[in-house]
Design a protein around this ligand. Sequence first.
Ligand code: MG
Length: 194
Amino acid sequence: MYRRRRDGGGIPRARGQCPRNRRGAEAALPRSAGRPMIRVGLGWDLHRLIPGRRFLLAGVELPSDRGEAGHSDGDVLAHAVTDALLGAAGLGDIGELFPPQDPAWKDADSLELLKTAYGKVKARGWRPVNLDCVVICETPRILPYREPIRIALAAVLELPREAVLVKGKTNEGLGPVGEAGAVEALAVCLLERA
Ligand code: MG
């Protein structure tokens, strides 16, 4: 799927980059009445880990002597998923929707914040196709808790469990995450027109 320049430069260009074929990549997207039918969103978050807090991932509490610091309950995965959803729908980000300065969100249940964000995405005529997530921390291990976390996210997003995946990784001992001083989460969500 490359075209070569006519000036003999011989540099291959991707199909959508060729001026004569600028609509190539765009035209490949499923569309209805000129509107895109799919959108993708990326979410990322990081929270410090401190004693006296719960370690929550999508509302599931994992056994740990430290948990996520934060204005809300600090649920790093719920926050990353919320940003992925909002980003895909073009609705801004979690900080705009739930400002951390607002006392209303003090110790808020982040799964409830995710439900609110999902309601806004639905109201715009989108529904999730699938969700893929990565949680990076040294401890605790994610794998034993992966299924309840998947089920919790699938329930909020009205998806089958198979459409939600959560992978646990370590940071190989490097940096604040590797020293167990923080937990990080990434999420990618695909939306389609409802
Ligand atoms: Mg956060």
